[in-house]
Design a protein around this ligand. Structure first.
Ligand code: PMP
Length: 416
């Protein structure tokens, strides 16, 4: 198989990590789905913005005015990159979880919300808290869409909240067909884009998505910023998500007149650098071109799947029998091996970072028969075939040696 080089340079490339045998090895990051290392273009943008470090809005000083311009420009960049409608709000939040909680508080109280049991907890718990209808996905996408259509036919349903790509299996959902179902019943569609946006172009207006949430730290930008993009009416009518400075027009001692627009939900001093770098990541990803990104990630994911299926005892997790598209995420179990042991072994003996557990998707993992967890490998722009080959070699070695590997003092190695 031909070698596949990294498509982009990312932060942390070349990091040397200690192994249990006392040697060091270059870190192999196969955990992009948790947090994708920042692109060098994004770090350059951070370097350009830092000298203007100042609070936005109302500051008359030059740095404050420049920061305000950059912050407001970041909204427009994100809107353009996601195909937002002209009147959509772009609200900066802390992360996807924050964005979905904000939306959950803005949905009119008399409307029911429908979501699936395959969701990350971030797109389940905020809805569960307001008494949503959580439906169990069927074995196929086709049957699941039928089930969704039946649910949406209930007149009290106002919103379908669904993931764009599973954070467990990487399987994508057919958002165009789902948007069609929503259009037919006049239901709004909210998409958890945390795992979709880093891998695919999203077009809100073109597809008919009403709300989109995603995180900077999974989209090759630093931690601490996320975004909610979508229809203005519910958001402008909702109670402010964070009551405080910036969210108001006028305040008296006994009441307040709240702002409309993004400011209504962005009380307090905003994360300007987070917003600016998130926008830089969106711009860079758009500039890369969808085809190049797709080709790179699909080739790596294919190599990963084929290689894993060759390792004795490995079973890949899958939600839908008829899914044909995934982003660069693969979850699996190894018969006879505890998932935690596999992940600890790969790190301690080979310097490979993967994730184990239930991936904040307990209902799904339980239903897939993985109540004890699984292992998740995920790739991105900085990944290469050498990373995949190192993982496969490490796994084969573990399976040959048997599950008797001793964790030892794994934590003792970690010295940031
Ligand atoms: N949704 C999905 C599909 C995710 O993968 C994640 C992160 N694992 C989230 C939501 C939550 O993202 P964050 O932790 O950045 O809020």
């Amino acid at each position: 198989q031909p070698a596949i080089p990294a498509l982009r340079t990312v932060s942390g490339a070349g990091l040397a990590v200690p192994l249990v045998n006392g040697r060091t090895t270059p870190y192999v990051n196969l955990d992009y789905a948790a947090s994708a290392p920042a692109l060098t273009e994004v770090l350059d943008e951070l370097g350009r913005a830092l000298p203007y470090y100042a609070s936005v809005h109302r500051g008359a000083g030059y740095a404050s005015a420049a920061s305000t311009t950059a912050y407001e420009q970041a909204r427009r960049t994100v809107a353009t990159a996601t195909g937002a409608r002209a009147d959509d709000h772009v609200i900066f939040t802390r992360n996807t979880t924050d964005a979905l909680n904000l939306l959950a508080r803005a949905v009119p109280a008399d409307l029911d919300v429908v979501c699936l049991d395959i969701e990350h907890h971030a797109n389940l718990l905020p809805w569960q808290q307001r008494g949503a209808t959580v439906i169990t996905a069927r074995p196929t996408i086709a049957e699941t869409l039928e089930l969704i259509a039946t649910e949406l036919a209930r007149p009290e349903v106002g919103l379908l909240a669904i993931t764009g790509a599973s954070n467990v299996t990487g399987e994508t959902l057919p958002l165009d067909r789902i948007a069609d179902l929503c259009r037919r019943t006049g239901t709004r569609l909210a998409v958890d884009g945390a795992q979709l946006v880093p891998h695919r172009d999203v077009d809100l207006a073109g597809t008919g998505i009403d709300y989109l949430a995603f995180s900077g730290h999974k989209t090759y930008a630093p931690f601490g910023a996320g975004v909610l993009i979508g229809r203005p009416d519910w958001l402008d009518a909702a109670p402010p998500y964070l009551a405080g400075g910036g969210a108001v027009r006028r305040v008296r001692t006994d009441d307040a007149e709240w702002a409309t627009g993004p400011a209504r939900h962005e009380g307090g001093t905003p994360n300007v650098l987070g917003a600016v770098t998130l926008a830089a990541a969106c711009r860079t990803l758009s500039g890369l071109g969808r085809l190049r990104r797709d080709r790179h990630e699909r080739a790596l994911t294919e190599r990963l799947r084929a290689g894993l299926l060759d390792v004795p005892g490995v079973s890949l997790l899958r939600i839908f029998e008829d899914s044909t598209d995934t982003v660069g995420i693969v979850a699996f179990t190894v018969a006879g091996f505890d998932a935690g042991l596999v992940a600890a072994y790969l790190s301690a003996e080979h310097g490979i970072g993967v994730r184990d557990g239930k991936f904040c998707a307990h209902p799904l993992l339980n239903r897939l028969g993985c109540a004890d967890g699984a292992i998740r490998v995920s790739v991105g722009l900085g990944s290469s075939s050498a990373d995949i080959d190192a993982l496969l070699a490490g796994l084969r070695r573990l399976v040959e040696d048997g599950p008797g590997w001793n964790y030892g003092d794994v934590d003792g190695r970690i010295q940031p």
